[in-house]
Design a protein. Structure first.
Lengths: 213, 432
């Protein structure tokens, strides 16, 4: 009789039947207990959006332009004009994670009022800020702008940003969500609170962040 | 292999100890993977099954709380085919560690619990009674005041002997709580330095650098501080944290450093951290009530800026912060930055320390931005053939030796770096 070849041996179909015994294999493996990462934008997972009417459409356009101009000021290193976008009590806040609700009781990456922003600007513009010697520039793109809420003079806006930074010979990306609380109390739009949630805030930082994102 | 004994002299060291891959590998083996290394704080893993991933030298490990509440440190490796058992930075594994590849499972002490279809191993040398079927533990685990350390080497000093006088860092931190304890603030900032780990350790005790490196921030903060006073506003204490960096050289020269055995060291305090406000008064009263006035004042009067546990830890005890180094390559070091909360104090006392954490130790630091720049340039400079030696001559021979402790007579003395290299040489096998 002819010895079966490998092809002959493989001819028989092999079928994995449903497990007949009590839970084995895939049915028996304990569930991993590690909590899965949620993908939350800012402090609330809200998806609210103001209905677009002729009036809110005008506001929407103004807000979009405001956000684009704010990003432009950063990329052009117009620090004074950037700080002036904030109200006298305005805050720039980058929490360490999306679950945080206050900068007073938990560590932040940035938690700066205008006085602290003055210190940062003073450092950046000092001739002996050694870390500023190498080539350093950024480019921001702000998009996915949504008016979350509009009540009286207060507007809450959510958007996404992508900032690319060149420093010396390397390029880095910072991505995440902006949540602006804006006011028109003094006529023009001004920032009461800008919350910045970095997607990559939990990853190791390769070098540090020198300016607001 | 280099002749290590030719690289270290009492007043200078050869640049290759910062740049050479072979020396780095030897350091990992003879220092980091032999002696006691910091893992984390007990409060990071409060419940059975909680784990935190840790790296010691080149070894990925997990710090894991057992069903018996004991904390163990295990190699993060399934004994079957080597797959890492825990895939994230931290979490809870429930009642057992289960491998994601073939479902081998292990109890929280690392012992094997079950293997699928165990009959497949009958007659082989990999039967469950073989200790090689269990997750390997590190040789030694111990804790001091809630701070957990592991030693991959079985021999050598105990944790207490290793820490020696440097345990004052943990004492100073915990004693500032009326309950004598701290707990972790569960945010770890991680920042990569493009420099050898020694740059950080030396910089921490280098009292000449602050007013040079941090001139920009110190000057900018002092200007805002002054403007506030001119407008009759009292600047919050955290402006002083920043403006103090730009103090005159002479002031820095008066801040003493202390060098201990094993390369540990200490920089004495230079900031006024005990303001006279209502929050502080309440806190001091709490401390007096807890310890009695004399003892409490003894705790509050300790004037420490930070304490270094060589070769990887900086404990800023009066502000409850800690930075731990995990060397990755000769020119690459990961720093893990933590904050602790004093148990039993008001939120105002925590917030005072929090501002230092945000402004100095966050990834948007106004201070370390220039340190890291210097160390990167330092690393690049030492790769150059422009010179072979790194100088530690400042005040050489001008320090006070008392037993095995070195006190600098000038704050800017490079005594502490010389002391670090003395320990380095011993670890690397050069004797004493």
């Amino acid at each position: 009789m002819k010895t079966p070849t490998l092809t002959d041996k493989l001819r028989q179909d092999s079928v994995v039947l449903e497990a007949t015994a009590d839970r084995t294999g895939a049915q028996a493996i304990e569930h991993d207990h590690v909590a899965r990462t949620t993908n939350r934008a800012g402090d609330q997972p809200r998806l609210a959006a103001v209905a677009i009417t002729p009036e809110t459409a005008r506001l929407y356009c103004s807000v979009q332009q405001f956000l684009a101009q704010q990003a432009e000021l950063l990329d052009r290193k117009q620090w004074r004009a950037y700080i002036d976008l904030f109200t006298p009590e305005g805050m720039y806040w980058m929490p360490a994670n999306a679950e945080q609700t206050s900068w007073l009781d938990e560590p932040s990456i940035f938690a700066e009022d205008r006085s602290l922003m003055e210190v940062r600007m003073g450092r950046l513009t000092h001739p002996n800020a050694w870390s500023q010697a190498p080539v350093w520039m950024t480019s921001h793109v702000v998009g996915s702008v949504v008016l979350e809420q509009h009540e009286g003079m207060e507007v809450i806006v959510r958007s996404r940003f992508h900032a690319t930074e060149l420093r010396r010979d390397s390029t880095r990306s910072f991505v995440g969500t902006y949540r602006h609380v804006l006011t028109t109390k003094r006529g023009e739009l001004e920032i009461v609170l800008q919350r910045v949630d970095l997607v990559n805030s939990a990853a190791p930082f390769d070098y540090v962040i020198q300016a607001w994102l | 292999m280099h002749d290590i004994s030719k690289l270290i002299e009492p007043d200078h060291v050869h640049r290759s100890v910062y740049t050479d891959q072979e020396i780095f590998d030897t350091e990992m083996q003879r220092i980091f993977e032999s002696t006691w290394v910091y893992c984390g704080h007990e409060s990071q893993v409060p419940n059975p099954g909680d784990y935190y991933s840790v790296r010691i030298g080149r070894q990925p490990l997990i710090m894991l709380r057992g069903a018996d509440r004991k904390i163990r440190v295990l190699y993060n490796r399934c004994p079957h085919r080597g797959v890492q058992l825990c895939g994230s930075q931290s979490g809870n594994v429930g009642s057992s560690l289960v491998c994601s590849y073939h479902a081998w499972s292990f109890r929280l002490d690392g012992s094997v619990k079950s293997i699928p279809l165990p009959a497949g191993y009958a007659g082989t040398r990999m039967t469950p009674d073989n200790p090689d079927c269990s997750v390997k533990s590190v040789a030694r685990v111990d804790a001091y005041r809630g701070f957990v350390f592991a030693s991959l080497g079985a021999a050598g000093p105990t944790l207490l002997e290793f820490l020696g006088e440097a345990r004052i860092g943990f004492d100073d931190m915990c004693d500032r709580s009326p309950l004598g304890e701290v707990e972790i603030v569960p945010v770890c900032h991680r920042v990569i330095q493009h420099s050898n780990w020694k740059f950080f350790m030396e910089n921490q005790l280098d009292a000449l650098h602050p007013s040079v490196t941090h001139q920009s921030t110190g000057v900018a903060a002092a200007r805002v501080e002054r403007a506030m006073r001119e407008h009759d506003r009292t600047p919050p204490l955290y402006y002083h944290y920043l403006s103090a960096f730009a103090s005159p050289f002479e002031k820095w020269d008066s801040v003493q450093t202390v060098g201990f055995p094993h390369g540990h060291g200490l920089l004495r305090g230079y900031m006024g951290l005990r303001p006279d406000d209502a929050d502080t008064k309440e806190y001091v009263a709490q401390m007096h009530a807890a310890y009695g006035e004399e003892k409490a004042e003894g705790f509050l009067d300790r004037n420490i800026h930070h304490v270094l546990v060589y070769p990887y830890l900086s404990i800023q005890s009066p502000l409850q912060q800690l930075r731990c180094l995990r060397p990755l390559a000769p020119n690459k070091t990961l720093s893990e930055i933590w904050h602790f909360r004093l148990k039993g104090v008001s939120p105002a006392i925590y917030q005072r320390a929090l501002w230092y954490f945000n402004l100095v130790n966050s990834p948007a630091t106004l201070i370390n931005a220039d340190d890291l720049e210097n160390w990167t340039r330092g690393q690049r400079g030492l790769e150059s053939n422009g010179g072979d030696w790194v100088s530690f001559h400042r005040n050489f021979g001008g320090d006070t030796q008392e037993g095995d402790v070195t006190y600098s007579n000038n704050g800017t003395s490079e005594a502490v770096m010389r002391n670090q290299f003395k320990a380095w040489a011993q670890y690397m096998g050069m004797g004493s």
